[in-house]
Write a protein that binds this ligand. Structure first.
Ligand code: HSE
Length: 441
C-alpha cells in the first residue's frame, strides 16, 4: 500500500468542515482516485470546543496555524482561513518554507500575492492548488490551465459572485428591494463577512484577476481591474432591461485588446437568451472564448461548503498524485507584466436611463448631443406619463421629469460619458444618468 497523503487543515469553517466530512465518508473511492489513502492528521481553528459535526479523534490540534504548517506529520497544508493577509498568508508562507504543498480557497490572498506564492512554490518544486478560489465548485481553474491549453483565449467572463446574482435574481423575480435581498443572502450564508466585498464587486474582481492571469499568461493584478458594484441598481433598471430583452447581471469580463487587457467588473445588460442571463440565484457561470474551441460556458454552485470542498478535494487528488504544474499554467518567470487597457477605450453598446424634463425640445437636444459624439441610438423608450399634477401639461415652467431609456449602438466609454456630461449641463435631466454597459454575447 502506498504511503498515505497526510493533510493539515487550517480553518474549520463551513468549507473546512465539509472537506473533513467528505474525506471521511468517501475514503475508499477517494483513495483509489488519489492513488493512495488520504488522511487528515492535523487541524487548526480558532474555537476548539465548537461542535462541527465531524470526527477529529486522533487528529492533532494546533492553536497556531503556522505550527500546523511545520508539523512533521503533515505533507500538504490546506489554507481555508480566508482573508487577503494575516493568518492565511502566514500559514501559506510557513508551509512553503517548510517544503509543503498548499491548497487554498483564498481568492483575496491570491489576487494580492498570487504571483509571489507561485514563485516561492516553484523554486521548491511544490504544488499550489486553488480550484476552490474561483467560482466555488465549478472546475474553472483546471479547465483554463489544462483542458483549454491548446487555445488562445480572447475573452473570459462570468457571474463570479453568488450573493450578487442571488440579489439581482430576487429583485427581478419578486420586485423586492436591494436591501431586503441582501439581508436574505446574508441569512443564507452566501455573503462574505463584509458584504461590501460582494455587492461592491471586489470579490468578483479578485476572482477575475486570477482568471485573467490564467487566461492571458500575465501577472495577477487586481488593482488594474475597473470595478463597479450593484448597489445603485434599481428596480426601474431591472424592469426596463426586461422590457428591452435584457437581464442585469454583475459580470467580470476580461478581454485581450490591441492596447492591452481590458478587465472590468460592473452591472451588465446581457441578452435574455444568453447562458449568463439564464444563470439564476446563487449559481455562478464562467465562459471562455478560445480560438480553437469557440465558446464554452460552465454553470454551477459558486459558494457553499460542499461545493467549495468538492474543488478542494480535486486539488487533494492532484497533490496526492504529485502533480506540480505551475500555478498559473506557465512558469511564474514567464508571466508577462500586466498591461492595462483603460476603461475609457471600452467599446460597446450602452443602456442609459435619464429623468428627462418633459418639455418641447428635450428629446431633440439629447439626440443632437448623442449625434455630436457619433453615437447612434438603437432604441428609445418613454412611457406615457403617470399621474401628472393639474396644469403641468399646459405650463411648461413646471415640467415633470419622466424616465427615458436609450439603448445605443457600439460607441466608446469616452464618447458616451462626454455626451452624458453635456446632456446634464444642458439642463434637460433632473438627476445623474444611469449608465449600464451591454455585453455582446
Ligand atoms: N461571497 C461569495 C459569493 C462566496 O457570494 O459568491 C464565494 O466566494
Amino acid at each position: 500500500m502506498s504511503k498515505p497523503l497526510r493533510l493539515g487543515i487550517a480553518g474549520l469553517g463551513t468549507v473546512g468542515a465539509s472537506v473533513v466530512r467528505i474525506i471521511q465518508s468517501n475514503a475508499s473511492p477517494l483513495g483509489l482516485r488519489a492513488g493512495r489513502p488520504v488522511v487528515v492528521t492535523a487541524v487548526s481553528a480558532r474555537n476548539r470546543s465548537r461542535d462541527r459535526g465531524i470526527d477529529l479523534n486522533g487528529v492533532s490540534w494546533h492553536d497556531n496555524p503556522e505550527d500546523l504548517a511545520r508539523d512533521p506529520n503533515v505533507d500538504v497544508v490546506l489554507e481555508l482561513i480566508g482573508g487577503a493577509s494575516g493568518a492565511a498568508e502566514a500559514v501559506v508562507r510557513a508551509a512553503i518554507e517548510n517544503g509543503k504543498s498548499v491548497i487554498t480557497a483564498n481568492k483575496a490572498l491570491l489576487a494580492r500575492i498570487g504571483v509571489e506564492i507561485a514563485r516561492l512554490a516553484e523554486a521548491k518544486g511544490l504544488y499550489v492548488g486553488f480550484e476552490a478560489a474561483v467560482a466555488g465548485g465549478i472546475p474553472v481553474i483546471k479547465t483554463l490551465k489544462e483542458s483549454l491549453a491548446g487555445n488562445n483565449i480572447t475573452r473570459v467572463y462570468g457571474i463570479l459572485n453568488g450573493t450578487c446574482n442571488y440579489i439581482l435574481t430576487r429583485m427581478e423575480k419578486e420586485s423586492l428591494s436591494f436591501d431586503v435581498c441582501l439581508k436574505e443572502a446574508q441569512r443564507l450564508g452566501y455573503a462574505e463577512a463584509d458584504p461590501t466585498f460582494d455587492v461592491g464587486g471586489f470579490d468578483t474582481a479578485h476572482k477575475l484577476a486570477i482568471l485573467t492571469s490564467l487566461a492571458f499568461g500575465v501577472e495577477v493584478d487586481a488593482e488594474a481591474i475597473y470595478v463597479e458594484g450593484i448597489t445603485s441598481i434599481s428596480l426601474a433598471d431591472i424592469k426596463a432591461a426586461d422590457e428591452l430583452g435584457y437581464r442585469i447581471k454583475l459580470l467580470g469580463v476580461s478581454r485581450r485588446t490591441d492596447t492591452g487587457i481590458e478587465a472590468r467588473v460592473h452591472p451588465t445588460m446581457v441578452p435574455k437568451g444568453s447562458s449568463v442571463a439564464q444563470t439564476e440565484g446563487v449559481l455562478n457561470a464562467v465562459a471562455f472564448d478560445g480560438d480553437a474551441l469557440g465558446e464554452v460556458v460552465l454553470v454551477g454552485p459558486g459558494a457553499g461548503g460542499n461545493a467549495t470542498a468538492s474543488s478542494v478535494i480535486a486539488d487533494i487528488v492532484d497533490a496526492a498524485r504529485g502533480h506540480t504544474m505551475p500555478m498559473f499554467g506557465l512558469p511564474a518567470s514567464e508571466l508577462k507584466p500586466y498591461q492595462r487597457a483603460e476603461i475609457q477605450a471600452h467599446k460597446g453598446g450602452y443602456y442609459v436611463r435619464l429623468a428627462v424634463y418633459d418639455r418641447p425640445g428635450a428629446f431633440a437636444s439629447i439626440a443632437a448631443r448623442m449625434a455630436e459624439h457619433a453615437i447612434s441610438l438603437e432604441s428609445i423608450v418613454q412611457h406615457r406619463r403617470d399621474a401628472m399634477p393639474e396644469g403641468a401639461l399646459a405650463d411648461a415652467s413646471v415640467p415633470m421629469p419622466q424616465p427615458v431609456v436609450l439603448i445605443t449602438y457600439a460607441t466608446t466609454e469616452t464618447e458616451i460619458r462626454a455626451a452624458l456630461a453635456e446632456i446634464e449641463s444642458d439642463g434637460h435631466i433632473a438627476a445623474a444618468p444611469t449608465l449600464i454597459r451591454i455585453e455582446s454575447l
